[in-house]
Design a protein around this ligand. Structure first.
Ligand code: SF4
Length: 360
């Protein structure tokens, strides 16, 4: 048995690619929910976990993302958790997050998940406004969202994230204010707020202006409610409430990706599992890891691309291969230097992709 201190800490991401309905704006990998397919997938996942067994690894964050991991039964999450615990070490206090849609929440299920060690829930609220939910064609109602939050708290989930979507075509500041007021009322420790992307609108200029106005309105309002922005779309009440798992991505730390379409980053290499569930099943059945891609970004470039998403930025030394680009972006006011760290100017954060274009 290796000592805890000699073990290598790693995050684990598990993709559960099933949804009961496919939302028109969603670009995550998903398949239609069929109970037999989900059962087959859970068995394949357990085999993949065994293929990846490594006694040097100690899992310190675990994230069930999707798709809709909330569709898994308690028996299925228990089987996955047991396989992980049999094949890896687990750090004390490991953050274990599961994404769930409000319509999949019920008190019994939450109690079971909590007993299994899942200690953080990320609820796909999107908005508490009925008009927004109708536009998004979501399967849940405002009332289901409110009940989901209350049930999660009753089941003992103190670490909660609510996902919101901002800048829907008819959304205004009042709606956003109501959404964030509800989060504050429930003392939710973490909020993610994503701009609706990838939907063609007739007037692109109007959409851009609305994105800008509603994004910065949300940021400032959340700040006044005690939610400090720490990443482009993420806000937390206090440092301890930040998502430890997602911080691994942005801080260029290692994580293992399990399941179809999951990405990972280990030993300096980015990889992705096949997005074809058929090929995923075939690979696992043959005892092969279903990796299809490896990374192309140089280590310092990767650190910049991931790290500039954080408001605290990254060490200035990370830019030693980009002196001209750095100088230009600093003098243009797009980047800032503070105490040896470089960060995107908080008011220019929506230009992040343009800024990153200078490094890749
Ligand atoms: S439920 Fe979530 S993952 Fe599934 S299609 Fe809708 S937004 Fe995407």
């Amino acid at each position: 048995m290796l000592k805890y201190t000699t073990m290598k800490k790693i995050g684990v991401y598990i993709h559960i690619p099933f949804c009961k309905r496919k939302c028109f704006y969603c670009h995550f990998l998903k398949y239609a929910y069929e109970p037999e397919l989900v059962e087959k997938y859970v068995n394949a996942l357990i085999k993949e976990i065994r293929l990846r067994a490594d006694s040097r690894y100690i899992v310190d964050t675990l994230y069930f993302g999707g798709g809709s991991p909330g569709l898994l039964s308690g028996k299925q999450t228990a089987a996955i958790m047991a396989a992980l615990r049999e094949n890896f070490g687990f750090a004390p206090g490991c953050e274990i997050t599961l994404e769930m849609n409000p319509e999949d929440v019920n008190g019994e299920k939450l109690k079971t998940l909590h007993e299994q060690g899942i200690n953080r829930l990320s609820l796909g609220i999107q908005s508490f406004a009925t008009a927004d939910l109708t536009y998004l064609k979501r399967a849940h109602s405002r009332e289901q969202s409110l009940t989901a939050v209350e049930e999660a708290q009753n089941a003992g989930f103190t670490s909660l994230n609510l996902d919101f979507i901002i800048s829907l075509p008819d959304q205004d500041k009042k709606i956003l204010e109501q959404n964030f007021l509800a989060a504050r009322k429930y003392k939710i420790p973490h909020i993610s707020a994503y701009i609706l992307e990838g939907i063609k609108e007739k007037n692109e200029g109007k959409k851009e202006q609305r994105d800008h106005d509603l994004y910065f309105f949300s940021r400032d309002l959340l700040a006044s409610f005690g939610y400090r922005q720490y990443e482009v779309s993420n806000f937390a009440r206090g440092k301890k409430s930040r998502s430890k798992h997602n911080l691994k991505y942005w801080q260029n730390k290692e994580y293992m990706g399990l399941g179809t379409g999951a990405s990972g980053y280990e030993a300096g290499v980015d990889y992705k599992n096949t997005t074809s569930i058929k090929n995923y099943f075939a690979g696992i059945a043959a005892g092969r890891l279903p990796h299809v891609e490896t990374g192309k970004l140089a280590c310092d470039t990767r650190r910049i691309v991931m790290g500039l998403r954080l408001l605290e930025g990254i060490a200035a030394s990370s830019f030693k291969n980009y002196p001209r680009e750095l100088e230009m972006l600093l003098s243009g006011g797009l980047l800032l230097e503070r105490s040896g760290r470089i960060a995107v100017h908080p008011d220019k954060i929506l230009l992040l992709n343009e800024i990153l274009g200078y490094f890749i």
